[in-house]
Design a protein around this ligand. Structure first.
Ligand code: BGC
Length: 744
């Protein structure tokens, strides 16, 4: 028996039940008699939201001062694993120094709709990107001896009715879109805890969902930490424990502990199930609560926050207006220049250590307010801005979404900026000025003035270094290198979840299935404002020389993809290169392509580097609901390399030898299915020769023959029997022959 099991055996039933819920808002219970310490958790994760008094999960009461790093909506655009690792490691050190054992994040939910109020906390619409970056972040944090809580598991993609709504999602969409980021982190970074979400998944609360918490998370992915409930997410405690929910948070109410004790006493709950939960909690608590100190320097972390913000911002458009020399002829407009919006509202809200606006770093420029950070501006404000602009060569408008537009707890209802901002940007463009728009938003906005503005720099919610980073990018001290981790639609109505977001009273149907974000827009060739993966630089890059290690791929092998990227401009810069895989086998309905690799490459002017990717089976696979497993089709795939999902520069074909689709032939099998398989095609040809030797098709015209052919191909075998006047005996013989052909 190991130490943890032995310790569990020493605990009374009441102590064990008690350990499965917190002592207060942020702590687990200590068991002094057995020297079991209490463990502290704090929100974040782009900073520490450690509350000493006045605890809440809505960002209302203050927390200690802490460095506010950029939120995930921004850091995802860095496409830079090393950067995320470093940010995680800085936060890990801060946690240890502040006595926080577990930081509640990262949040890896997928951006299903641009309206979700918490999108600013989430990484991407793409599960591969979200998983890779979150994994690096967790490795960085846990490498410092701090724990994380990967959240919110699962299918928590909206705030509307988040505590009761049932997300109705196909298993395929869960496996291909909503799970992989969790799966990647669990398998490769071994997080201390996973937080289950508030919502129901296909009718069952995540906190009571045995399939989710035990079958998938533990048995399939090998999760070894404990599952904590989102705050107040527990409905039926005993059911939850049986399903695999170990720790209920927050604590303070003993009722559920009593229910656990009673359930064990009555035999409703096996004590072994409780013991397992206790052991899982102890296995995390004990190592994380060891006395630790960590050197950490706020000034240094602040600098890191500035540079992460600069690496993450996305230059969306630039028609020669940037970079810019700052001086008298440059006018800054918009209160965001004084006070950038750099984080979102709710439980992730950090009490920022030091936040300054761009104005503080832009000596010599002129400034008028134009509109407030609440998005409001009067006619007077507008006139004043237009008058000041007369003297300016370039106007930089610091625009963005006000706090009330985006927060945990509710969703947006539209994608527009406040009217006063759109109006002023438009008027400045109409006045013939060079207009640069700097955006502070946690998610995409419509840009009715996009055709008129000269440049747009999306800072996202860039943390306390947002102002300094923006100036560095505007002036060219830093070269923009972020790329969009989500598509910017032209209109809300264009988005794939439009008709099913946020659903009705009790449920939200994920009817778009796997067609989320660019998977939908690109498959439908729908025009977007800016595509997934898009981002400009002050230099230019060329892609060349795409090579595959083989033009065939078989199960168990790795396909090595290499190509060269060259900086063809005059400045040093970094290019995010993207690798997509397109299944052209036709076996299943799939998105036109999916991201399967990315790298951020730093290049001096004229310099070239080769990038290398390794693709395994999962890069080609889709999730087959019939067999509940991943399946690699048989057929042609195309590997695409490029600068965005719509700017593909290089292509190469590969013949993928997956598993042939095995199926049993029966009366519902169609003629087309049988003709498409070499094994059964011969049997079918023999059949036609026998039963329709002199086909009367000759008398038909081309169109009729085509129609006959199409109808015939779709016919199931039971219909073929009738059409060919086969006896039952002949028909059964045919079924046997066809199934035999497969097996043989
Ligand atoms: C949020 C979590 C957060 C928790 C604790 C909940 O409302 O959904 O993300 O970690 O509160 O504040």
């Amino acid at each position: 028996m190991d130490d943890i099991k032995a310790l569990t055996q020493k605990m009374t039933l009441e102590e064990k039940a008690g350990l499965c819920s917190g002592s207060d808002f942020w702590h687990t219970k200590a068991v002094k008699r057995l020297s079991i310490p209490s463990l502290m958790m704090s929100d974040g994760p782009h900073g520490l939201r450690k509350q000493e008094e006045g605890a809440d999960h809505l960002g209302i009461h203050d927390s200690i001062k802490a460095v506010c790093f950029p939120a995930a909506c921004a850091t995802a655009c860095s496409f830079d694993r090393t950067l995320l690792y470093e940010m995680g490691s800085a936060l890990g050190k801060e946690c240890r120094a502040e006595g926080v054992a577990v930081l509640l994040g990262p949040a890896v939910n997928i951006k299903r709709s641009p309206l979700c109020g918490r999108n600013f906390e989430y990484f991407s619409e793409d599960p591969f990107l979200a998983g890779e970056l979150a994994c690096a972040f967790v490795q960085g944090m846990q490498g410092e001896g701090a724990g994380v809580s990967v959240k919110h598991f699962a299918a928590n993609n909206q705030e509307t009715r988040r505590m009761s709504v049932s997300s109705e999602v196909s298993e395929r969409a869960l496996r291909e879109i909503y799970f992989p980021a969790f799966e990647k982190v669990v398998k490769d970074a071994k997080p201390a805890t996973v937080m289950c979400s508030y919502n129901k998944l296909n009718g069952v609360y995540a906190s009571e969902n045995e399939w989710l918490l035990t079958d998938v998370l533990r048995k399939e992915w090998g999760f070894g930490g404990f599952v904590v409930s989102d705050w107040y997410a527990v409905s039926d405690r005993v059911k939850g424990l049986k399903a695999g929910l170990d720790l209920e948070m927050p604590g303070g109410d003993e009722e559920n502990d009593k229910k656990i004790v009673a359930a064990v006493r009555s035999g409703e709950l096996s004590e072994e199930v409780l013991d397992e939960a206790v052991e899982r909690i102890l296995r995390v608590i004990l190592p994380l609560s060891k006395e630790r100190t960590a050197p950490f320097d706020r000034g240094c972390d602040h600098k890191k926050a500035v540079s992460i913000a600069a690496e993450s911002a996305v230059l969306l458009k630039n028609e020669g207006a940037l970079p810019l020399a700052l001086g008298e002829d440059v006018l800054f407009v918009g209160e965001f220049a004084e006070r950038p919006r750099f984080q979102g509202g709710g439980s992730s809200h950090i009490n920022a250590w030091r936040a300054e606006g761009a104005l503080a770093f832009a000596e010599g420029v002129r400034y008028v307010r134009g509109f407030g950070t609440d998005g409001e501006g009067t006619e007077e404000d507008m006139k004043e801005a237009l008058a000041a602009a007369k003297e300016a060569k370039t106007v930089v408008v610091f625009a963005g979404l006000p706090d009330r537009y985006e927060s945990e707890g509710y969703d947006r209802t539209h994608m527009r900026l406040p009217e006063a901002e759109d109006r002023l940007i438009d008027a400045l463009c109409e006045a013939g000025k060079k207009v640069v728009v700097v955006l502070h938003s946690g998610s995409p906005v419509e840009m009715p003035w996009i055709g008129k503005a000269d440049a747009v720099l999306e800072m996202y919610l860039a943390g306390e270094g947002a102002g300094e980073a923006a100036v560095r990018l505007l002036t060219g001290e830093e070269n923009p290198s972020g790329k969009l981790a989500e598509s910017f639609p032209l209109r809300l109505e264009d988005t794939p979840s439009y008709l099913n977001f946020p659903g009705d009273k009790e449920c939200v149907r994920y009817a778009e299935d796997v067609f989320v974000g660019y998977r939908y827009f690109d498959s439908k060739k729908e025009e977007v404002l800016f595509p997934f993966g898009h981002g400009l630089s002050y230099t230019t890059f060329e892609y060349s020389d795409l090579k595959l290690s083989s033009n065939e791929w078989r199960e168990g092998e790795s396909l090595i993809v290499t190509f060269t990227v060259t900086n063809t401009g005059a400045r040093a810069g970094k290019e995010v290169v993207e690798l997509y895989v397109s299944d052209q086998s036709g076996e299943a309905v799939r998105p036109v392509h999916e991201l399967k690799g990315f790298e951020k490459v730093a290049l001096q002017p004229g310099e070239s580097k080769q990038v290398k990717f390794e693709l395994g089976g999962r890069a080609f696979a889709y999730f087959d609901e019939k067999t509940h497993g991943w399946r690699v089709p048989n057929g042609k795939f195309v590997v695409e390399a490029g600068a965005s999902s719509r700017d593909l520069r290089l292509f190469a074909e590969v013949a993928v030898h997956g598993r042939a689709v095995a199926f049993r032939v029966d009366g519902d099998t169609t003629v087309e299915q049988l003709f498409s398989h070499p094994a059964t095609r011969a049997v079918m040809q023999g059949l036609l020769k026998k039963f329709r030797p002199g086909s009367s098709d000759d008398k038909l015209g081309d169109t009729d023959r085509e129609m006959m052919r199409a109808a015939y191909l779709q016919a199931p075998l039971r219909t073929v029997r009738l059409a060919l006047n086969m006896t039952m005996e002949q028909y059964e013989g045919l079924l046997n022959a066809l199934n035999g052909a497969f097996e043989g």
